[in-house]
Design a binder for this molecule. Structure first.
Ligand code: ASC
Length: 150
C-alpha cells in the first residue's frame, strides 16, 4: 500500500513538474514544441474570440471547453525557450534571452489572464467573457510586441 501511494505521488509530481522540467532531444524539438503549444492555444482562443466578437453565437459550454484548453496550454510554451533555441529562432527576438525576468513576467501574466478567462467562461455571461477575452488578448499582444519579430 505504501509503495503504491509513493508511486502515485511520484507520478503526480512528475506530471505537475512537466512544463518546467520538459527536456527536448534537440533545440529544434523545443522550438517545435513551443510553436505547437502557442498554435493550439491560438486556435482555441480564436474560438472564444469569435463568440466575443459576435462572429459565432455564444455557446457557454463551448466557451468553457475552449477556455480550459487555453488556460492549460498557456503554461506550456515557456519550457521550449531553453538554451540553444535562440540560435534557431525565426520570430523570437533576442530580448527573450537577454531579459529573462521580464519575459517570465509576461508568461506569468498570460497564465493569470487565461485563468481569469476560464473563470469568466464559467460565469455563463457573455459580457464577462468579452471583458476577459480583451484582457487576455492584451497580454498576448503586449508580449508579441516586445518579444516577437512581426
Ligand atoms: C489571438 C492570437 C494571438 C492573439 C493576439 C491578440 O487570437 O492568435 O496571437 O489573439 O492577436 O492581440
Amino acid at each position: 500500500m505504501k509503495f503504491i501511494t509513493s508511486f502515485v505521488l511520484a507520478g503526480m509530481a512528475a506530471v505537475t513538474a512537466l512544463p518546467a522540467a520538459a527536456q527536448f532531444a534537440k533545440p529544434e524539438d523545443a522550438v517545435k514544441y513551443r510553436q505547437s503549444a502557442l498554435f493550439v492555444m491560438a486556435q482555441h482562443f480564436g474560438r472564444i474570440g469569435a463568440m466575443a466578437n459576435g462572429k459565432v453565437p455564444y455557446d457557454a459550454k463551448a466557451a468553457v471547453e475552449n477556455a480550459e484548453i487555453v488556460a492549460e496550454m498557456s503554461k506550456l510554451p515557456w519550457a521550449g525557450f531553453g538554451p540553444g533555441t535562440d540560435k534557431i529562432s525565426q520570430r523570437a527576438k533576442p530580448e527573450i534571452w537577454t531579459e529573462p525576468v521580464k519575459f517570465k513576467e509576461n508568461q506569468e501574466k498570460l497564465v493569470v489572464e487565461t485563468g481569469k478567462l476560464l473563470v469568466a467562461a464559467r460565469s455563463n455571461n457573455l459580457e464577462t467573457l468579452k471583458t476577459a477575452f480583451t484582457s487576455t488578448a492584451a497580454a498576448c499582444k503586449t508580449c508579441h510586441d516586445v518579444y516577437r519579430k512581426d
